[in-house]
Each structure stands twice: as C-alpha cells, then as structure tokens.
Design a protein around this ligand. Structure first.
Ligand code: PNS
Length: 173
C-alpha cells in the first residue's frame, strides 16, 4: 500500500454474506481507495460455514470490485488493522439493537489503536432488518432466502444450509 492510499477494513462473521453486507462492502469501495473484507471469528458465535467457505462466498459476490480483497483472520481485529495501516473499520449499523454492541467494539478498538476510525454506514431500507442469523433460520426450516442472499451464491448457500440442518436435525432444541 502507498502512503496516500486509504485502506478500509470491512470485518464481520459473514456466515453467510447477505445482500446487506454486499451493499455495505460496495459502498465502502466507493468511499475508500481499497477495501479488505476480513472474515473474522466472533467468539460469541458458532459459525455454520468455515472461514474458507465464507471467503469464497464473498469473492463470488463482490469479486468484480476492482479495489476489494478478501482475507480471513482469527486474532484481534485491531492487530490486523494496525498491521495493514488501515485508516478505517467500516460496519453496517442496522437497528437500535446493534448499537450497544457496535458502540462498545468501536470505542474499544479506538482505545487499542487510535489511528483508525470506525465508520458506520446505514444499510438501505430494504436491508434494515436483514441478518445472517435470520438467513440461517429461514433456510433451516426450508424457507426461501432469495430476498436476502445475493443471487450469485443463492443455490450454494441454500443447499449447504439445508444439508447442514438435515445432518443435525431441525427439531432437537
Ligand atoms: O459480523 P459480526 O459477528 O457482527 O462481526 C463481529 C466481528 C467478527 C467483527 C468481531 O467479533 C471481531 O472483531 N472479532 C475479532 C476479535 C476481536 O477483535 N474482538 C474484540 C472486538 S473490540
């Protein structure tokens, strides 16, 4: 990266990437010179898709963006941000329910490394209540996730989720 280049990191679990994520990533690509989408481990979540699967799905969806790369990372996000000299962490902020958690992460990251700003983008109104966990739940019970998952990965995601839940069962909870 050159000194002049403004790099943003778009971190998330992306389990799987939704139309809402895609919208945020594409808009980050218009605001910054370069964007790295980083598939990170959220210690509070048990993912369905492996890190490599999630990376592959994001490439399938956003691979046409000339200034976008995808990476995976298992450590502290801010260490990644520092190592890459990124100037911003870009996240979508959907509803009030996101606020406490996102605010806490933004302030903590700022304390750990004050040279990067967390930038929150408002999703477009269609994606306001969209989340990966809703996608997983709808697919789990055989629903159609076509409104929520980018067309490029719809079949892959639907088949993968149905297979996953067929293997573990849908009623045992
Ligand atoms: O899509 P998510 O689950 O809301 O993304 C959360 C994520 C993965 C960005 C967050 O959990 C994270 O940054 N994980 C890496 C570990 C870390 O840095 N934790 C401290 C955050 S202050």
């Amino acid at each position: 990266m050159t000194d002049m280049e403004r790099l943003a990191i778009c971190p998330g679990s992306f389990d799987p990437i939704t139309k809402g994520h895609e919208d945020i990533i594409r808009r980050a690509g218009t605001l910054f010179d370069r964007v790295i989408v980083v598939v990170s481990s959220n210690p509070d979540k048990r993912p369905i898709f492996s890190l490599d699967e999630r990376v592959g799905l994001i490439r399938d969806v956003c691979g046409d963006m000339p200034n976008m790369e995808v990476d995976k990372f298992s450590g502290l996000l801010i260490d990644y941000v520092r190592a890459h000299k990124a100037v911003a962490i870009v996240k979508g902020l959907r509803a009030v329910s996101d606020f406490d958690y996102e605010f806490q992460m933004a302030l903590t990251n700022k304390k750990l490394y004050p040279y990067a700003e967390t930038v929150f983008l408002t999703p477009n109104s269609d994606n306001m209540y969209l989340s990966s966990s809703m996608v997983r739940q709808i697919a789990r019970f055989g629903g159609d996730v076509g409104s929520f998952v980018p067309a490029a990965i719809l079949d892959t995601v639907t088949e993968r989720l149905r297979a996953q839940y067929a293997a573990v069962g849908t009623t045992s909870e």
